[in-house]
Design a protein around this ligand. Structure first.
Ligand code: DHK
Length: 149
């Protein structure tokens, strides 16, 4: 059976493609989901692709992932820079975590340079546009295979 990867997206990412396209590009979140499903299937993985503007909902999905996910790819969006609660929930997840940012947060305002999530992530993708999700899935496939050796 193919392993399940949760791909979680935080606040405002529902507006992807419409919001600040000069920063986040013109692809919609539905486009990203479609590409992730295709790449995951080529890698022998399954994805559960989710977005919420609510911190508690992201935390509930992270708790749910404890039951059935081999890994989590998360773009916590603005919660990256503020949420100890999301960090705590990720600390309760035992499988690999990859953090994704569409933009290069290090090139942007100083408040975006700190991430609460990075301390628990195996790796961080930033500035690769929406392609970062596909690159994260490729890396996740390697981490999941290594964990099952
Ligand atoms: C998305 C957001 O909404 C911002 O709050 C983060 C992240 C960066 C991104 O690049 O995907 O600072």
């Amino acid at each position: 059976m193919s392993k399940l990867i949760y791909i979680l997206n935080g606040p405002n990412l529902n507006l992807l493609g419409k919001r600040q396209p000069e920063i986040y590009g013109s692809e919609t979140l539905a486009d990203v989901e479609r590409d992730c499903i295709r790449v995951a299937s080529d890698l022998g993985l399954q994805v559960r692709f989710l977005q919420s503007n609510a911190e508690h909902q992201l935390i509930d999905w992270i708790h749910e992932a404890r039951e059935d996910a081999a890994g989590i790819i998360i773009n916590p969006a603005a919660y990256t820079h503020t949420s100890v609660a999301i960090l705590d929930s990720l600390n309760a997840f035992d499988n690999p975590i990859i953090e994704v940012h569409i933009s290069n947060v290090h090139k942007r305002e100083p408040f975006r340079h700190h991430s609460y999530v990075s301390s628990v992530a195996s790796g961080v993708m930033a500035g690769f546009g929406t392609q970062g999700y596909q690159l994260a899935l490729q890396r996740m496939a390697v981490l999941v295979a290594a964990a099952n050796k």
